[in-house]
Design a protein around this ligand. Sequence first.
Ligand code: ADP
Ligand code: MG
Ligand code: ZN
Length: 476
Amino acid sequence: MEFEPVIGLEVHAQLKTRTKIFCNCSTEFGAPPNTHTCPVCLGMPGVLPVLNKKVVEYTLRMALATNCKINRESRFARKNYFYPDLPKGYQISQYELPIAYGGYVDIEVNGTKNRIGITRIHMEEDAGKLTHDPLRPVSKVDFNRTGVPLIEIVSEPDLKSPQATGAYLRQLRSIVRYIGISDGNLEEGSFRCDANVSIRPKGSDTFGTRTELKNINSFKFVEKALQYEINRQMEIVQDGGPIIQETRLWDTVNNRTTSMRSKEEAHDYRYFPDPDLLPLVIDDDWIETVRKSLPELPDQKKERFINVYDLPAYDAEVLTASRELADYFEACINAFPKPKPVSNWLMGTLLGYLNANQLTIEQSPISAVHLAQLLELANSGVISGKIAKTVFEDMAKSGRPPKEIVAQKGLVQVSDAAAIEEIVAKVLKNSAEEVAAYKNGKTKLLGFFVGRVMQETKGKANPRIVNELLRKKLDS
Ligand code: ADP
Ligand code: MG
Ligand code: ZN
């Protein structure tokens, strides 16, 4: 029997607000333990939470960017459980009435568009952080992260493969970064993902029993863990066994998932409305103000790059992966309005350099204006395409403008036919054997002669003129 996987994600994104969700403590990362705390986020008795308006605004941004409907009245709820990193004994979250529901994002997998439903988006507070001493029976708790705002984005079980799941996660991350509400960093924990997965016979319209993979911290691991889990479930079903509903963990050392807890051991959180917080009321004006403040989103930008710059879909996809890269591209286009050549240089040479040196586009040693100047120098024939690559390398190291490098190193392309002709004559004179072979029909040797002339001129001779002159001499 053929099976198909069914996947739904719960994604947590940490919001980039200056202060926590229910108190004035700073959300800054990396402060000494327990220095960003107060009676509210430490869960002292007798204090009251006050909702941070910025958190609601950021959540609205995400909700509108993912085509969600907004509940004009939503509620905060207490999710009750005990753990040492949770000083109140409950987490403030949203349950029956989340702020947003019923949205979608579009992804592309192997050139096919897929619409992934967003079930709901709600706000909640983060817990603290435990560290366990490896040598002594001691655990330490840091409450700086307690009360840092999160949103949870729950998808419909619409994802059909690990690859689609990766595409969906990248799309969500791209959106949170475009709209400036989260760093979206999986590795650093500001973007976390639980993946629910089941299998069913192909074409079936009922769902199988699912397992949940918790807290996977890289795109690579999400896809690997899902693939492992799909294979594991298929083997069980083919052997006639039942899938047990449980939470499993990805073991990065042994590349497999292991059981963490079964449904029987699942928590009963005894959710109930938080009596300390009023219902959250959002009016149409606020929604419209937020809607108007949204920037162009990744999909819209991609479409525009295809339509306005006439770029292939692949180029548009790569260039709009981040807002900063897209801005860099457009700054180049402003100074050198040839989209496809700019795209080629950006995707090939510049991104290649940045990746090799683990730099982001914001850290690029070459500014967009300088890159455009370099392309203009090559385009107008002042330097050859080959020399342009060496100038690029110098720019990357020194950060200097290309004109300065070209002038200082004397790299201006030689297009003076008389000067090149002299060198051509010299090369042919010194290669009598090859010339004879060429005249006997080994015309492939043309490349050899071109190479020699370029060597003599340190790559500065205009290759078109070199080719012309060589042909003229050899074929006469
Ligand atoms: P819970 O409250 O236990 O977290 P939900 O019903 O809210 O469960 O679902 C959580 C996530 O699991 C959602 O993203 C949903 O799409 C996904 N999901 C639900 N049922 C299945 C299933 N049978 N297979 C795969 N994913 C599922
Ligand atoms: Mg869940
Ligand atoms: Zn506080």
